[in-house]
Design a protein. Structure first.
Length: 302
């Protein structure tokens, strides 16, 4: 596939849904700008996609937990003189546990990654897209955006923000050729649960996960079509419709049953790219649970 001279910027593009979206954009002829924290993994994915798809892949190693990272990404693309035709705000994480027990710095970091970095990147690139009257943005929300989620309270609230934010912007730019799409995936076979320290839950142990390839394919099709919202999977659609029939408290009780503790069931991520990322994290932190210690020194004070 020859390049079509368009560029897609994808955060979290080296594993999970982001990696599969990177492949789909590449196969469609887009040049890529992939953002991740790991230089080594970035270069591996860049070489793979350049060789397979005959496109250009640029990489940006930035930790979107940190203030200023979104601005640094935008400034780098400006220095390269690249027009970003499609922006995919995919990077996101959660933290599992009762809110009174989770670390405040980690909670605020999650908000920074899932909300502030996404808003910042959208601000930078949407202004450019509207100015030239062309562009597409995919914001990754979650099926949990439609229901409060005990034991993942901050994450679900952040994803609810992403959905509401995206829906508002859709109306703001409806008279332009710029489109925004919200993706609402359900549990997907990525490293998400390991990073969140949520592997001993009903959701991880008992649920049938969607494949990242399937979620990415639905997202890519919806983005290309200019759809406002993409809800991948028949059961995911059915569950969301069911939740819409419940009171808010009843819906929260349903999600509480899913985030409840469980110790029997599946034990590992099967998606290859996500498993590779997990190995990299394991080697650095010496644990199969949790994330890179990228927040050291990032102390939030009132």
């Amino acid at each position: 596939m020859k390049s079509n001279n368009k560029y897609a910027l994808i955060t979290g593009g080296t594993s999970g849904i982001g990696y599969e979206l990177s492949k789909l954009f590449a196969m469609d002829g887009y040049n890529l700008i992939i953002v991740s924290r790991s230089d080594e993994r970035l270069e591996e994915v860049a070489r793979e996609l350049e060789q397979q798809c005959d496109i250009e892949v640029k990489t940006i190693a930035q930790d979107l937990f940190k203030p200023g990272a979104a601005k640094a990404i935008y400034e780098q693309t400006q220095q390269w003189g690249i027009t970003v035709d499609a922006l995919v705000n995919n990077a996101g994480q959660a933290e599992y546990g009762a809110f009174i027990d989770t670390d405040l710095n980690r909670d605020i970091d999650i908000i920074h990654l899932d909300v502030i970095a996404l808003v910042s990147l959208t601000k930078y690139y949407l202004k450019d897209m509207v100015a030239r009257n062309d562009g597409k943005i995919l914001n990754v929300s979650s099926s949990l955006a439609k229901s409060a989620t005990p034991l993942m309270a901050v994450y679900a609230a952040a994803k609810s923000f992403v959905l509401s934010f995206t829906e508002a912007l859709i109306q703001e730019v409806k008279d332009t050729n710029v489109t925004l799409t919200a993706l609402l995936p359900n549990a997907t076979d990525t490293d998400f649960f390991h990073k969140a320290k949520a592997t001993n839950t009903v959701a991880y142990k008992k649920m049938t996960f969607y494949k990242p390839e399937e979620v990415a394919a639905a997202a890519f099709e919806g983005l290309k079509a200019g759809s406002d919202k993409v809800v991948p999977g028949i059961m995911n659609k059915a569950n969301m419709l069911f939740n819409n029939l419940l009171t808010d408290n009843a819906a929260a009780a349903v999600t509480a049953s899913i985030t409840a503790p469980s110790t029997s069931g599946k034990q590992h991520t099967e998606h290859a790219a996500s498993a590779e990322e997990r190995v990299t994290i394991n080697n650095q932190i010496g644990s199969t649970e949790g994330d890179f210690p990228s927040h050291e020194g990032h102390d939030h004070k009132e």
